[in-house]
Design a binder for this molecule. Structure first.
Ligand SMILES: Cc1cc2nc3c(=O)[nH]c(=O)nc-3n(C[C@H](O)[C@H](O)[C@H](O)COP(=O)(O)OP(=O)(O)OC[C@H]3O[C@@H](n4cnc5c(N)ncnc54)[C@H](O)[C@@H]3O)c2cc1C
Ligand code: SF4
Length: 651
């Protein structure tokens, strides 16, 4: 960027009502998401309304400065980190604008949090289809950006199946609304010289030119979120969409933007389809002697048309049993199990769901699939079980020491029939590299979350991470899968799109990127032209922290630095409705006043990203000042970050 950052900040200040922060601390605070990558932004802008978003787009276009939209920054693949001006939608732009229950849609600002939207919709008998485990702080903008999905995607699909229309700011600073367009509408939209007109003209052309290759090369999976959704540009039986990863419909460029990770346009408003809530729900917990047996059972379980089939392995179960707050909720689980499948059924009446549970139970017993089957109809117990499943990742991350189960090959999806062979292949790769990991995931749709144990502070382990990525991508290709089933490409997997989709389709991805963003200012380096995933790591072989003689005893945590490093960025401290953590964030909705923000600032000072003198500076004092020392984080953070204790030490 040739632009002087101070001038640039002034330009933004002149044109927006929201906040503009280009100071070093703000850059540190926005340099991470929930992934293992870290890159300092150019600065941060916090829009108050869609006029601000349009103005941000105009300034960025005028100065050719990269921008990166951001919601809760709970992404696991590094797509929300980058050297760009970050646009924080979560602080001010979190309103529901309009609800239409008759037509079943809602219009939202991008910073609306999933759980908040569901709380708003529940009294009307509706909910959002995709349900991520990060629902307490993930935003609708981020869900659209990542094409997020959840436990019930076998019924509700992914975000692409729910996004009806988006209001956007394009890379030239112009604004455009993308929604369903009929053939007559397409004819007129194709004509003209605006960027919007060009997008219609050339996107349709790309769909025609690459049609055969797209139909041949795109993985035939519900859970394909890697790459751009070129399959949406393909005309097929009177509709648009190949029908592999979404339901075909009228031509709609909004569906190409879904999952594009902020690389094609910035969304300032979205119209989202909502779904009626099920009247009754019930669970069957199926226990297995091995993970492989559980995975082998999926096809059989799916014959009974469940609404969800979610997997947890022994690593997850052991971590949950080791934590008193979860062990209490897990009293129902047979401790002899090495894997657990949570199978959910929807229905209208209680007898109906009870009979669905019973039919599956009898069938599995007869076929000797699994060994213990627990029907759960009580709503409180069901909620506890879902809570434990939702916390699976947090539970995995709570292992102590520098070797952590990290996210980089954590999200592959393959056809259900190929899951057992794929799992065996995956396990072999990890065994070869002596990198045992934890497994969980959305078994009903072939999406496995696997987190190998890696110590990113060692060069040899970083190299190992690169080798595992190469080998897993080859395995995914062999089984016709997708490197990402919901978390996105980001820095972790962008590199592999060429290999997985082939050179021709990758060329088409690059054409799409160049069409939407010829100056490469929209979250550059994601989806196409991605950097090496072994670079720009939050830790890494060069990572070192200064030694501090602490007054308090941090032996249990492995020292003060490790106590701070326990924060992995998953952002549970940004939740707002349940529990205590984090009251200062609740009050200001400012990253700086969250447990995660404080941990990031302190880690920066301990590891040299900020001068060590900052540890005793007034600015660091400000970061910690609003912390009420309530210990909410110690109790509620899945990795038990104890910011109150860290603050006592600081003071
Ligand atoms: C513990 C944990 C559990 C998770 N479970 C799931 C799960 O079950 N299912 C799942 O799908 N994911 C899951 N995730 C990943 C992540 O939480 C989801 O993808 C989530 O929807 C991201 O929302 P966010 O607001 O944090 O997005 P961010 O991380 O802030 O952004 C995500 C992407 O969208 C882009 N973006 C954000 N706002 C806009 C906008 N206004 N316009 C254009 N682009 C935008 C960003 O640039 C970025 O590329 C999990 C993550 C964690 C840490
Ligand atoms: S102790 Fe501080 S950081 Fe932790 S939840 Fe309470 S206010 Fe937030």
């Amino acid at each position: 960027m040739k632009q002087d950052p101070t001038d640039l900040a002034d330009q933004f200040r002149k044109e927006i009502e929201g906040e503009v922060r280009f100071d070093k601390y703000s850059k540190i605070l926005y340099s991470t998401d929930a992934s293992v990558w870290q890159i300092e932004p150019i600065g941060v802008v916090i829009p108050r309304h869609k006029q601000d978003v349009a103005a941000i787009g105009r300034v960025a276009a005028r100065h050719k400065v990269p921008i990166l939209p951001r919601g809760g920054a709970t992404s696991l693949s590094g797509q929300t980190v980058g050297n760009a001006v970050h646009i924080d939608f979560a602080k001010y732009m979190h309103s529901v604008i309009e609800l239409n229950t008759e037509e079943q849609w809602v219009r939202v600002q991008p910073g609306v949090i999933q759980d908040h939207l569901n709380d708003y919709l529940r009294p009307h008998g509706f909910g959002l289809g995709p349900d991520t485990s990060s629902s307490s702080r993930a935003t609708l903008g981020g869900m659209v950006g990542n094409n997020s999905a959840g436990s019930h995607s076998i019924v509700h699909g992914k975000m692409i199946d729910h996004v009806m229309e988006v209001k956007t700011v394009l890379s030239d600073g112009s604004e455009a609304v993308f929604g369903p367009v009929n053939e007559g509408g397409l004819d007129s939209l194709r004509r003209g010289d605006s960027l919007e007109n060009r997008l219609y003209r050339e996107a349709l052309g790309i769909g025609e030119i690459y049609r055969d290759e797209i139909l041949a090369r795109f993985p035939k999976l519900i859970r394909r979120v890697s790459g751009y959704n070129l399959d949406e540009l393909v005309r097929n039986n009177g509709h648009y969409g190949a029908g592999y990863s979404s339901r075909p419909g009228p031509f709609n460029l909004a569906r190409l933007l879904v999952g594009s990770e902020g690389t094609l346009a910035v969304i300032s408003e979205a119209k989202i389809r909502i779904v009626p809530l099920p009247k009754r729900k019930a669970l069957l917990l199926v226990h297995f002697r091995s993970l492989l047996e559980a995975v082998e059972s999926v096809e059989e379980i799916l014959r009974f048309e469940p609404a969800a089939a979610e997997l947890m392995d022994d690593f997850n179960l052991k971590q949950a049993f080791a934590k008193p707050e979860f062990a209490e909720q897990m009293g129902y689980v047979d401790r002899a199990a090495n894997a657990l499948m949570v199978v959910e059924f929807y229905g209208v009446t209680e007898p109906e769901v009870a009979s669905k549970l019973d039919r599956l139970k009898v069938h599995l017993e007869k076929k000797r699939i699994g060994f213990s089957y627990l029907p759960v109809v009580d709503p409180v117990q069901q909620a506890n079980i879902w809570n434990t499943r939702k916390m699976a990742l947090g539970l995995l991350m709570s292992v102590s020491g520098d070797k952590k189960p990290i996210a980089f090959v954590e999200d592959p999806a393959v056809p259900i029939a190929k899951m057992p062979a794929f799992l065996r292949g995956f396990q072999e790769i990890l065994e070869t590299h002596d990198a045992h990991g934890g497994y969980y995931g959305h078994a009903s749709v072939g999406c496995l979350h696997v987190r190998p144990m890696i110590n990113l502070k060692k060069a040899s382990e970083v190299e190992k991470m690169g080798s595992i990525l190469d080998e897993v991508s080859a395995l995914v290709g062999e089984y016709g899968g997708s490197m990402s089933g919901e978390h996105g490409d980001g820095i972790a997997r962008g590199k592999y799109n060429k290999h997985l989709f082939g050179a021709e389709i990758y060329g088409a991805f690059k054409r799409v990127k160049a069409l939407f963003d010829p100056e490469n200012i929209m979250n550059p380096g994601k989806v196409v032209d991605a950097p090496e995933p072994t670079e720009s790591l939050r830790w890494g072989a060069d990572y070192q922290t200064i030694q501090i003689d602490t007054k308090l005893n941090f032996e249990r945590e492995g020292g003060l630095a490790r106590a701070i490093e326990n924060c992995n960025g998953m952002g549970v401290c940004r939740k707002r409705d349940v529990g205590t953590m984090c009251p200062s964030y609740h009050a200001t909705l400012d990253e700086e006043h969250s447990t995660r923000g404080r941990a990031n600032a302190l880690r920066a000072a301990l590891s040299g990203r900020l001068p060590a003198a900052e540890l005793t500076s007034k600015r660091m004092y400000d970061v910690l000042d609003l912390c009420l020392e309530c210990k909410g984080c110690k109790r509620e953070c899945p990795t038990n970050v104890d910011m109150a204790k860290i603050k006592y030490e600081f003071l």
